[in-house]
Design a protein around this ligand. Structure first.
Ligand SMILES: *Cc1c(COP(=O)(O)O)cnc(C)c1O
Length: 364
């Protein structure tokens, strides 16, 4: 830290992204990327001459991509906001709807970035405990005392993979017409209900999605939000005050092409859901408890090996999963669903680790 840093930022604990190590080749099951490449249409869109136009700024209004998304999701252009990854939209939403003296509410176990944004803007964050079984209790959000502010819920939740249904989301929306309710749907394409259609009915709903996971484009950085046009105007105000050209040309071309290859995208989602069911049942055979997941990851714990050690042992065998050293969930690991072959390799290594432990016990 330099002596010049704004003292307000000195104590800020920033977000720790999942490892992207370069020391060797790992099977990466730690950051919920897709194991499949972007669609052939995306690859050819990026290679088809768009690169030659890089000397020119991209369209700040992102019209072509907004229109494609609006058509895909049955809303209008005015209801769509695009950004350089959905983290950017969360950032804007915290600044727009909570900074300056209001509060934000989110579950105690959820995406770690929510607390970071709250700290960044000095927002009073209320972490609402999940139930014992890690589900969100919608009624916890239905009689909040304060007026105004932001409620932020990942659905499916990360790292649990558990979901609320549309009726439960609607209960939260109805009880909080004075607050913005942000539903972070980073994983919605793997089997959950989307709240996006409810944006037509509730002007306090902001639905955030990303091309990073289900559309195999984490490296392109593309997120979008759908909401009532007035909420979108609020986000635009921040975009045009920070970075008007927030979607670069290559990403814009890739995004439009991705929406043209919906069949490819849905096939991949289906394959991942099948592999998820396979992995869950194989882990259960090895004695793991696995939460029912509607995401492209599973949250699992073993009563034979603790979460931290399983993570380290698998890493030494070339497989990366994610462990959170956090109260209530330190027994668990979050495992991204890769290809069937990758999951078979992981299961094989887990068997080895458990057998080595058993042999160790026999000897002692
Ligand atoms: C991955 C993830 C994001 C961020 O996605 P990007 O679009 O890549 O920035 C947002 N929310 C949750 C819950 C996520 O897991």
């Amino acid at each position: 830290m330099s002596r010049y840093l704004n003292p307000g930022l000195a104590g800020l604990e920033s977000y720790t992204p999942g490892e992207q190590p370069r020391d060797m080749k790992y099977i990466k099951l730690n950051t919920n990327e897709s194991p499949y490449p972007p669609s052939p249409e995306v690859l050819s869109a990026v290679n088809s001459g768009e690169a030659e136009l890089l000397r020119l700024y991209p369209d700040p209004e992102t019209t072509v991509l907004k229109d494609a998304l609006a058509a895909r999701y049955g809303v209008s252009r005015e209801n769509i906001f695009l950004s350089n990854g959905s983290d950017d939209i969360l950032n804007f939403a915290f600044l727009a709807f909570a900074a300056g003296g209001r509060k934000v509410w989110f579950p105690d176990i959820s995406y770690g970035f929510y607390q970071v944004f709250a700290d960044l803007y000095g927002i009073n964050a209320v972490q609402v405990p999940l139930r014992e079984d890690f589900t969100v209790d919608p009624s916890d959000y239905c009689s909040l005392p304060d007026v105004g502010g932001l409620i932020c819920i990942a659905n499916p939740n990360a790292p649990t993979g558990l979901t609320l249904n549309s009726g439960q989301i609607e209960d939260i929306l109805k009880s909080n017409m004075d607050k913005v309710v942000l539903i972070d749907e980073a994983y919605v394409d793997f089997g959950a209900d989307s709240a996006l259609p409810l944006t037509k009915k509730y002007d306090n709903l902001l639905v955030v999605q990303t091309f990073s996971k289900s559309r195999s484009m984490a490296g392109a950085r593309l997120g979008f939000a759908a909401a009532d046009s007035q909420l979108i105007e609020d986000l635009d105000k921040i975009k045009y005050s920070t970075n008007p050209y927030n979607i670069n040309r290559l990403t814009m071309a890739a995004g439009v092409a991705a929406l043209k290859s919906d069949g490819y995208f849905m096939d991949n989602c289906r394959r991942i859901m099948e592999t998820r069911a396979y992995t869950k049942s194989e882990l259960e055979k090895l004695g793991f408890s696995v939460l029912p997941s509607a995401a492209n990851f599973i949250f699992a714990k073993s009563d034979r090996i603790d979460g931290g050690r399983l993570y380290r042992e698998l890493k030494s065998k070339g497989i990366l999963i994610r462990h959170f050293d956090k109260e209530r969930i330190s027994d668990y690991n979050r495992i991204t669903i890769g290809t069937r072959e990758e999951m078979e390799a992981m299961l094989e290594k887990i068997k080895e680790i458990l057998e080595e432990d058993d042999n160790e016990k026999c000897r002692s």
